[in-house]
Design a protein around this ligand. Structure first.
Ligand code: ZN
Length: 207
């Protein structure tokens, strides 16, 4: 029933609730974005926002409320900040834990990666990472426990992937400690795939 109503009723903006698009033009324009570059394991990456109130509302609208129609709008915000060095990338989503993916019924990082791939010239999209086992939610864990929780969390699925030239760029929504990103890089590296960069929508805990 909800799905049918979504088709006939205009969507409210997730930030100001004005009816129209999942994020209205006003909220989109007043959301301040900039390229916040940083490195993990010597690999350069970027976020386009800190994890401020608006960023949190947007991310949670997707993850907790299932408003996947917002994702292309978030991709639109990221594209202007895409670094020159990472042209024609293969975008690889960081998988959520199996329990969260099951609960949501979709993978928001996969949708985000595909949305970005459609908007970046020459970009491709591959799901090279899979969840290897059940893991706890990172929220509420200490930084030491976060690293431990992630050990062996991913496995590489390189079937049919023979390209070792095109830059692989990992995609996630929010980066907190960087432990997830580091584990994903280590997993691909152990399988002979060097990660060229990473892209996250928001960075939490950045100063
Ligand atoms: Zn709005």
């Amino acid at each position: 029933m909800k799905k049918i109503l979504d088709l006939v009723l205009p969507t409210p903006c997730v930030v100001c609730l004005k009816l129209g698009a999942p994020i209205c033009v006003t909220c989109q324009q007043s959301f301040v974005t900039s390229s916040l570059g940083f490195e993990i394991l010597g690999v350069p990456g970027f976020a386009i926002s800190t994890y401020n109130t608006e960023a949190a509302v947007m991310v949670n609208s997707v993850k907790e409320k299932g408003i996947t129609s917002l994702i292309p709008y978030l991709a639109e915000l990221i594209v202007p900040h895409w670094p020159q060095e990472l042209i024609r990338p293969i975008l690889v989503p960081i998988p959520s834990s199996p329990s969260n993916t099951k609960k949501r019924g979709f993978s928001h990082t996969s949708i985000m990666s595909r949305a970005l791939a459609r908007r970046l010239p020459g970009a491709g999209y591959r799901e090279l990472l899979k969840s290897a086992r059940v893991r706890l939610d990172q929220v509420g864990l200490s930084s030491g426990d976060r690293v431990k929780n992630l050990e062996g969390a991913f496995r590489a699925d390189l079937r049919g992937f023979h390209d070792r030239v095109t830059p692989v760029v990992l995609v996630d929504d929010v980066l907190t400690s960087g432990a997830t990103m580091a584990e994903a890089m280590a997993c691909l590296r152990a399988n002979g795939v060097e990660v060229a960069g990473f892209c996250v929508f928001a960075r939490a805990g950045a100063h």
